[in-house]
Design a protein around this ligand. Sequence first.
Ligand SMILES: Cc1cc2nc3c(=O)[nH]c(=O)nc-3n(C[C@H](O)[C@H](O)[C@H](O)COP(=O)(O)OP(=O)(O)OC[C@H]3O[C@@H](n4cnc5c(N)ncnc54)[C@H](O)[C@@H]3O)c2cc1C
Ligand code: SF4
Length: 599
Amino acid sequence: MPVITSSKTQAQYDVIVVGSGAGGGQAAYTLAMAGVKVLMLEAGRNYDPVRETPMFQISAQAPLRDAGTPDKPWGFYDATVDGGWVVPGEPYVSASAAPGRNFTWWRARMLGGRTNHWGRIALRNGPYDFKARSRDGLGFDWPISYEDLAPYYDKVEMLIGVYGSNEGLENTPNSSSGVLLPPPRPRAGELLAQQRATRLGVQVIPAHRAVLSVKQDADNIPAKLHPGNPAAQGILADAMRARAACFWATSCGRGCAIKANYQSTTVHLPPALATGNLDIVTDAMAREVTVDENGKATGIAYLDKPTGEERIVKARVVVLAASSAESVRILLNSRSPRFPNGLANSSGLLGKHIMDTVGAGLGGHVPLLENLPLHNEDGAGGDHLYAPWWLYREQLAGKLGFARGYHVEFGTGRQMPNLGAAAGLDSLTGGSYGRQFKEDARRYYGARIYFSGRGEMIPNDDSFCELDPVVKDRWGIPVLRFYWKWSDHELRQVAHMQQTFAALIEAMGGKANAPAKDPLSVIRPGGNVKHEVGGARMGSDPKKSVSTPWSRAWDVKNLFFADGAPFCGNADKNPTLTIMALAWRTADHVLEEMQRGNL
Ligand SMILES: Cc1cc2nc3c(=O)[nH]c(=O)nc-3n(C[C@H](O)[C@H](O)[C@H](O)COP(=O)(O)OP(=O)(O)OC[C@H]3O[C@@H](n4cnc5c(N)ncnc54)[C@H](O)[C@@H]3O)c2cc1C
Ligand code: SF4
């Protein structure tokens, strides 16, 4: 991936984008394709999936046979480089270690951010999700509606390529006709779950994932995405033709050298660079947004990691997309006598109401899936089917005891075994060994199923971040301190997940592991699902929100967000598709405001 060094940056850009993940990649793409001169600053190193992805190595070839380690929690071949739960020299603080109060933070430090190894589950928020407070009186409404974002969901889905189907289910929006790619065929365990779940009133339908099940329509999509811009259309058509379709054999978590799944590094950045309008500086750790005497943003002060020098770059517009909490941190660190509490914080709400996805799961053994004929179930490297939330009416009628829903993701199949694939079989084998154990392993392999709930969290006053008064990173920049609390709504939601998953496994003729008695013992810690959003909530009142409905900071006319920071709620739908749709909409707004001479 061609990048420039700090010494080669121009004196002035139209726009600086901080961060190169889902939001930064999308914002830079939209702006560069429209002819705007963009500088992207990325704290991590340059990374090129085409050259660096270990597509075909098997677990047995890896150190420790691909077992997770602190710097590679998901195994040696996982795409994460220089990141994870611990980033050396870049600590953060969780104010509490108590169950339900602690916060864990997954960060990537590489070009493309977490899009290199994310799960690619790409769900739209539904109409209810934007107006949650109006429905049940809790949390916040967004100042925009589903209709505002729907055209951008279509555009992002067409650009990145998302497989799935339109089922017309409640609060589970259809994409426009022709936008989605065909879903892959379900695995055996998914088919069985689909069949038996109907007994519980649960509908199991094709998942939506950012994976090319077939090649994209490079002849027609570019004109739809860039009408009246033949140069952009040509560049995008070439970029789409350079992407192959999935060949159903490898692990998406390693990245994809053939560009079949969405990574910012394979989908957003190559065409944006091909315009000649995008410069990227990697190893550039943004510290502060610089402002002039009128409080307008002038650029970014950053640490050039290779030299250790601090540098300043300038632009008419600054777009923060460092991931929600990092963008908040940059603004809290943009303190000055004029802005003693940080920039864009006149409401005092910067860093407040952060959210994650509620996560808990349950597994079990399903005898009907034993001894299946040998076949390859690697598939598209993730879920082929899932179950959207199905109890909207019961919930609204107050019958469930918790206010928001969850969807169900599945872990099933006979993928390539890794270390631990045969662990825990003793309860079935009675402790066999030798030839008998090999036979048992073959019999039981693929007969386990694991259901994961992914639920909506209601924003609360006890979940927020601020600057730690003492701890600093290796460059002396103050770090974040996180405060967290799950409410009873989330804990009761998790109890419901456990009961549902046990019932699903039993409906499949299987035996579920024992559901937890105390939801606090199984709910994932804050941040642990890695869907953290919020902290610069958008709204229509500058006193009660940090950003406008266009994700612009209320206090700074030329400062925008393109990550999850402006989220008002965190629906059960995984957030990244919404981050990208919002980023495209924000970039369009920046273009319009630039053309009007307002920026
Ligand atoms: C294992 C895993 C699985 C996931 N699965 C899914 C899924 O299936 N579906 C889904 O919707 N979401 C999923 N997510 C979440 C998803 O990855 C994030 O929502 C998404 O990447 C957020 O995009 P972003 O652009 O805001 O941030 P990121 O992708 O994190 O990118 C931010 C970038 O900014 C850089 N940066 C940070 N600070 C600075 C700074 N000070 N200066 C310069 N650069 C900086 C970082 O190095 C990083 O490259 C998953 C995440 C993980 C880790
Ligand atoms: S499963 Fe498909 S999309 Fe995922 S890494 Fe392999 S080829 Fe790429």
